[in-house]
Design a protein around this ligand. Structure first.
Ligand SMILES: [Fe+2]
Length: 237
């Protein structure tokens, strides 16, 4: 897709990469080897203990900036390619999520850390659509893009806001469309019908790629945001 679309930077939210929950250095390495420039995370960031030191040592992977200072990792990074730089800010919503401080307050500090970057992408990992919409408006004109993650379901509101910030409430999930946000559907349905615990396995039926493609030439100013929703090509040539 780098070639097909002429993509400069690829950013992936990887917090469900390890069999549906969390990420380990192995999956992060696979994503980087596959052409991803930076990885963002979210509420499952610390699920696997072996990733804790990796979050401190690998500068291209970020966890929400509004987590506590006592938690491993960092909330921002800057990556460079062909003379251009992209700052990445990861944030966690506050409703139904455990974040150390309000996302809309901490983001100002986080943006200072990427002040020199030509472009800035903010991944707002949040449950509530209101928090993501509010952040989009709050940052409009200051960053290239605000994209939401976590719900696993793509929203139909991709647009460039009046100040030039590309926005979407949720990018969606790259994973099995035949499951329930990543879980085998019969297991998820059984839990909802019985209220009894069961094991969850990753769904593998009908994998799709969900993404957004953002065009930006002027500094921190997006011209277009386009959703990419397509069946995964499991046998690329
Ligand atoms: Fe999440």
């Amino acid at each position: 897709m780098r070639d097909e679309l002429g993509v400069d930077f690829v950013v992936a939210n990887g917090e469900n990469a390890a069999g549906g929950v969390g990420i380990t250095p192995k999956e992060a390495g696979e994503l980087f080897a596959g052409g991803v420039d930076a990885i963002t995370l979210g509420n499952h960031a610390y699920r696997h203990r072996e990733v804790w030191p990796y979050l401190d040592s690998e500068p291209r992977i970020v966890r929400p900036a509004n987590y506590l200072r006592t938690q491993p990792g960092r909330g921002t990074c800057v990556v460079e390619r062909d003379g251009a730089s992209l700052g990445i800010v990861n944030l966690s919503g506050n409703l139904y999520m455990q974040a150390g401080s309000p996302a809309l307050l901490t983001v100002d500090d986080a943006l200072r850390e990427v002040a020199d970057a030509d472009h800035v992408l903010v991944d707002m990992h949040a449950e509530a659509t209101s928090e993501k919409v509010a952040l989009g408006w709050y940052l409009d004109g200051r960053v290239t893009a605000v994209v939401g993650t976590h719900t696993h379901v793509p929203t139909a509101d991709a647009r460039v806001l009046p100040g030039g910030t590309a926005y979407i409430t949720d990018v969606g999930m790259t994973g099995a469309r035949g499951g329930v946000i990543g879980v085998r559907r019969e297991q998820s349905i059984a839990v909802m019908r019985t209220h009894m615990p069961t094991r969850y396995d990753s769904a593998d039926e009908d994998p799709w790629l969900n993404a957004v493609f953002i065009r930006a030439t002027a500094r921190r100013h997006a011209e277009a945001i386009e959703q990419i929703l397509r069946p995964a090509d499991l046998n690329p040539t």
